[in-house]
Write a protein of this length. Structure first.
Length: 149
């Protein structure tokens, strides 16, 4: 749980630093992954080895969460905004559910859930600062000719 507390503190410091900036920096999906992955991978490794998750929770951690994390964090992968969004919208809620169903104490569950929330907030902030991409197509040109009345 000490790692969760450290992760929480780091997330809060990053949020405070962002609020104090006059101009917020934008990051590519690869940069977001580079900032987030070391902590996420470390926590997943600790959770897998800790023995506090058993049965279905351990299977979920190993078979669902770990592959989703690897899709963003494995060496050499090309990370897209969609990969990052999946981590936030699909994977982290599963992590919170696994934490809630674990044998952690209520205090540890709270700390772990808050730590995940801080990471999610940081990632969502980084995603929201990305420049918008245009996927719209231009409107068709107006038809020439006169309108009969």
């Amino acid at each position: 749980m000490k790692r969760f507390s450290m992760l929480l503190a780091a997330g809060l410091l990053a949020a405070v630093a962002l609020v104090g900036c006059k101009s917020l920096p934008t990051q590519t999906p690869a940069q977001i992954a580079a900032n987030v992955c070391p902590g996420v991978q470390s926590e997943i490794d600790v959770l897998k080895k800790s023995g506090i998750f058993t049965g279905g929770a351990q299977a979920t951690l190993t078979e669902q969460i770990q592959p989703d994390v690897n899709a963003v964090c494995a060496a050499g992968v090309t990370v897209t905004t969609g990969d990052i969004r999946k981590l936030v919208q699909a994977t982290f809620p599963v992590v919170v559910t696994v934490i809630a169903n674990s044998s952690l104490t209520d205090q540890q569950k709270l700390q772990a859930t808050v730590a995940v929330g801080v990471v999610v907030t940081g990632i969502n902030t980084a995603l929201s600062l990305q420049p918008p991409t245009s996927t719209t197509t231009p409107a068709p040109a107006a038809a020439s000719g006169t309108i009969a009345s």
